[in-house]
Design a binder for this molecule. Structure first.
Ligand SMILES: [Zn+2]
Length: 135
């Protein structure tokens, strides 16, 4: 689980800066019109360098999840259990994240989720919860 230990460098800095402001950024390839995550400098689909930051809608559906009851890392130990999840972003990419605010028994594959942001130390990480508004 790398959520609490993001690899921040000059390239991924815009992603983390946007997260701190409440926006999820994705990398969109101009050459093949596909979007990917986690951010890479080259498009992983066609290897084009013509890839730009794009603000995501924040909408996603739940692909799979696992309730984590124990984590030996001190930072995580304070907040088990938590829901480690993979979501399908509306723009296409899959993203490893955490689902918050949804009781374990209410989790369903394909349920609608919306991005939220949680400060963890010096960084803000995207997590997903129930949509704030229907529509
Ligand atoms: Zn591409």
């Amino acid at each position: 689980m790398t959520a609490a230990d993001p690899d921040i460098d000059a390239f991924t800095r815009p992603y983390w800066d946007a997260a701190a402001e409440g926006h999820l950024l994705l990398r969109h390839c101009v050459a093949c019109d596909r979007t990917h995550h986690y951010p890479r400098e080259f498009c992983p689909h066609c290897w084009s360098e013509d890839v730009r930051w794009e603000r995501a809608s924040g909408r996603a559906t739940l692909y799979t999840w696992s309730v984590v009851h124990r984590n030996d890392l001190p930072l995580f130990g304070e907040r088990v259990p938590y829901v480690a999840a993979v979501v399908d972003l509306a723009e296409g990419p899959r993203m490893m994240t955490e689902v918050v605010g949804v009781p374990e028994g209410d989790l369903r594959i394909g349920m609608e989720l919306e991005v939220a942001f949680r400060a963890e130390g010096e960084v803000t990480v995207p997590v997903f919860g129930r949509p704030r508004s229907d529509g």
